[in-house]
Write a protein that binds this ligand. Sequence first.
Ligand SMILES: Nc1ncnc2c1ncn2[C@@H]1O[C@H](COP(=O)(O)OP(=O)(O)OP(=O)(O)O)[C@@H](O)[C@H]1O
Length: 431
Amino acid sequence: MIEAVGLTKRYGDKTAVYNLSFQVRPGAVTGFLGPNGSGKSTTMRMILGLDNPTSGHVTISGHPYRKLPNAARQVGALLDAKAVHGGRAARNHLLSLAQLSGIPARRVDEVLGVVGLQEVARRRSKGFSLGMGQRLGIAAALLGDPQVLLFDEPVNGLDPEGIHWVRNLMKALAAEGRTVFVSSHLMSEMALTADHLIVIGRGQLLSDMSVKDFISANSADFARVRTPDSEPQLREKLTSALTEAGGHVMSEQDGALRVAGLALPRISDIAHGSDVRLWELSPHQASLEEAYMRMTQGAVDYRSTADQKAGLQQPLPPGAQPPMPVPGQGQPGWYAPPPPQQGSQPFPPPQGAPGQAPAGPYGAPAAPGAAPGGPPANPYAAQTPQTPQAPQPQQAPAPVTAPPGAAPSPTPPPPPSAAPVTDPTKSEDAR
Ligand SMILES: Nc1ncnc2c1ncn2[C@@H]1O[C@H](COP(=O)(O)OP(=O)(O)OP(=O)(O)O)[C@@H](O)[C@H]1O
């Protein structure tokens, strides 16, 4: 298990990670998500002892990485696939790592087979494609047959077959009881691979829950209802009846209705009571990507100006930052329709995730200045409006009736002798 408690990392004035606490448990693939620059790599580097936290601490199986006995046999990591000596043959690269950690040479050939590089094992890695480099990095991570594995963007550059292979590999490693912590920007891939998600934004914890709960907590479930196309008056009749019953009804482009705030059986009863025939009544839930976008919208630092033109982002006044999302609640009113009001969800969220991060020991970052004796004041607090000014939905369908709810750390020392088997190499400063 990996356990971070109050991790904070500052580079001069820049706070890369702030008061981050979470656990990564064995037997599951835990996805580590966050927008560019949110602090994922910095966190992974602190886990691996390659960067020192400014405050807080992180342990693997109860020990800081540097104090782990025979760390290379216990922890494997892929941080930067390009961090290899390009003039060295792939096999020799792995052999040198194996020798440093007392791993027998036959294991090198084993892992070359696992990642499918046996045919090119004697080729210099500088001629490798991005995907081949990723495979070599994964081979290095697996070398010590470790119980704990960290992968930073492991599918970067892989072809669809390679992505599929990595997905199955991660799942198989977790199924063997290992701890698998993987960062990725590919939401569709994470949805298929991860069991649990840790989401950060601007260095702070935004969410720590299962993929299923994350989607439920950050998306607005709704029902799609279709009345006979040939009888538009039935649609109007149903819209009035549903609205009267407290539902939020929106019109989709194809003529169907999107109904939030009423359970499916209730919609059915109302339709029946109004003598309206239905052609469709189906539950809908957002994808992980939609839920993620909604959750992290306020924590995105780098965004194309084209997003505004495309209506994906409300223009902000010069110098203003979008509001940080509320942990477990995300960004109201963006990308997906706002969630129905509490108590009126059409499809009740899973237990323990009623639109909020679970109340675990490390559920949410401390409110600015709220924790006596806690970490220093939230460096983002000054930039973050207390009351988020939610942008208006841009993508939501048009309402048919009333709108819904009318201290700088020193340069990190070199990795310890029992470095992660992938040789994560350079310090962040040297990049
Ligand atoms: N050595 C360093 N010196 C100064 N700032 C740094 C250093 N390393 C990271 N940062 C800053 O810390 C923040 C977090 O960076 P980090 O690389 O951890 O983010 P990330 O979530 O991994 O980003 P990405 O998804 O783009 O890989 C960024 O603003 C980055 O510029």
